[in-house]
Design a protein around this ligand. Sequence first.
Ligand code: UDX
Length: 456
Amino acid sequence: MRISVIGCGYLGAVHAATLAAMGHEVVGIDVDPGKVQHLAQGVAPFHEPGLDELLQDGHATGRLTFATNPEAARDAQVHFLCVGTPQDKTSDRADLTFLISALETLLPHLAAGAVVVGKSTVPVGTVDMLRGILAPRPDVLLGWNPEFLRQGTAVKDSLVPDRLVYGVEGGRPAAFNAATGAPLGVAAALDAVYEPLLAAGIPRLVCSFATAELIKSAANAYLATKISFINAVAGLCDAAGADVTELSEAMGLDPRIGSRYLHAGLGFGGGCLPKDIRSFSAQAATLGVPAVQDWMRLVDGVNLGQRERTVSLATELCGGSLAGRAITVLGASFKPDTDDIRDSPALDVADRLAAVGAHVTVTDPKAVNLAWRRYPRLRFEASIGKALQGAELVLLLTEWDEYRQLCPAVAGQQVRRRVVLDARNVLDAAAWQEEGWAVRGLGTPAGVLKAAAAAR
Ligand code: UDX
């Protein structure tokens, strides 16, 4: 099929490349000429494992092209809207400006009978609003196909998704021929797009627009809830002298609960979960469902509380004052395997430490070049060895493999004081203690804290 993908960020670039890998002829369109130039040369403008290879394959087959001019979309049968829906600057709501402008820009270039499908995360009711923009073109069909990919595993998540969701006008009953069961309209078009995935047995759910919009918001709200739940319990473990890592392992073995998103630590960040739970809360307020609004506020509050807790533990580990202390932060991206620093808990904590007078050096395998401009109070160092030199406290804030596998003996030779706050609870505390390190985690036993106190 001939397909256009509007918006080539973390979502659109991966979507365009995976559609080309499935055999379609794809044009990715973005307003940023720099991004388009990179993508056209088969180079991802951000770090995403496996994406460069996929872009190069698409380039080599000639099936994947990129452009800034929306006219390049004119021959496409299906157009995917993949632009960002960030948090509004003055409220908890999602800002739909980019989405609206993408559709308006596309409108004059839509061929007769084209299908427009949104993938961005949007508040419920958005598709109804977009239908108004498409009103002058009754021949064009609109669908919603939310995306669930995670940064860092986006290529795999797109090639082997857990499920496909199609939101269509009239919902499931309208999507299939009553007599034959054959898919119609948007459902038929999306079945053709995703034919290789459906053939591989990926489940596909067809529903109304409102349900499709809410499925994505509710899924992210649930993941955030799970993380904040275990982080709240980590506080309880700290107070009671229990170990949250053992507790979550035991809880996760119950298949009704599961171990994923049950890892206690510094909490969630990034361009999705934080803004999506706030948007979900704002939607609940508009729709008069205070339980969801209160719930999301609590989840958000617990999550942000983990950052405060990390700053206060760091202060405690520095003997009560951070002024003038040399602190090394391992990790700047919001999670490993991405260079995305949007709402990064690591950088937030690092900046707070610097705000009260600590001399903070941050290292990261991929994000240093993006982060240094935005955080003038922090010093950035690409080499982990150099970053550790002279540290009085080491904070592990993003659990890249490099940091999980760090040798405590080698690291010990570089620092001034062997004290580490493992805010992601990933280090082998015993191995580090054997090398004379005082180790502290979030929600791990108080005995470890005693060792840390002794090291001061
Ligand atoms: C998320 C959703 O997972 C994805 O389905 C959606 O499409 C976009 O939002 P992403 O933002 O890439 O994806 O991040 P994810 O891998 O879900 O992690 C989110 C945050 O939670 C990270 O900051 C991570 O460090 C944190 N996290 C995750 C925990 O603190 N504990 C956990 O157990 C799991």
